[in-house]
Design a protein around this ligand. Sequence first.
Ligand code: ADE
Length: 339
Amino acid sequence: MFLKYSSTIGLMDFEEKNSGEDYQLETVLRPDCWTDYIGQERIKNNLKIMLEAAKKRKELPDHLLFYGPQGLGKTTLAHLISKELGASLRVTSGVNLEKSGDLVAVLANLEPGEILFIDEAHRLNRMIEEILYPAMETRKLYITVGKGPTARMMALDLPPFTLIAATTRLNLLSAPLRSRFGAIFGIEYYDVEEIKKIIFRSAKILGLRIGSEAVELIARASRFTPRTANRLLKRVRDYSQVHNLKEIDAKAVGETLNMLEIDQMGLEKWDRKLLKSIIERYNGGPVGLNTLAAVLGEDKAVIEEIYEPFLIKIGLLQKTSSGRIATKDAYEYFDNYLT
Ligand code: ADE
């Protein structure tokens, strides 16, 4: 039984996983062997060893946890691992596993050797975690049968399986859950050279002719994130198709970015709105997340999971114990780019 992939947090996230075209694009462009998987060398090497060793022992690899900002390829890695092992992947999300019956249904339907991928693992509640612990450790599923004084606990044996969990918020995962993974990997932002390789690869798969200057511009605006790079490539492809261009050039990229209100560093309208609010309303901060969310009319999770990681990474925003602060670079950004 494959559960429908869905998410309730993050507008961009929601859009990308559910809107047909972009979701399809992600599937088409997803690398399915290590050679095609660009970057994250340390993680790749560790995983290759783990998988090879498990194959040699004719066992399944340990349970794995991936964490890091959205769009960096946690799901891609899970797919890649399942391909490497020749195992099927069952995908669900912490959002979908609300009641104990939800997880029991998933676990009880696992086939031997399958991989269970739980995205947004920080959304799992305590009750669900309690069911997961024995399932991960001893492959036992404890279920309560009956109600009231006659209720009894039954233990079911589960087939061998590997759990791969992913989260954008490692700090929200309970310590007991974290401790049950055999390896935990932090996926990091890619560098521009790696993103360029990803764009060249995607362009080739999509049969696009694209100049290196155009690739460079897309890479620089892609927030060091493959998903964003591929999405921008697609928007540029639309533009070039409409304008009957034989090859995607720097001008086409520039015009597309302008139309999307994305600047050459990859900042979008919402990023600028967030920084401007801190600068203009709160004198540069510090300002608390609750206040910021209210001022922007935005969900706190969206701010924390989508906007902030990139703004922090490029040094325009700082998170302190007393709130968010716009850095000196943020002031300079507005001096240089918008005036
Ligand atoms: N698409 C998403 N992540 C990728 C990666 N690391 N390499 C190639 N294509 C990707």
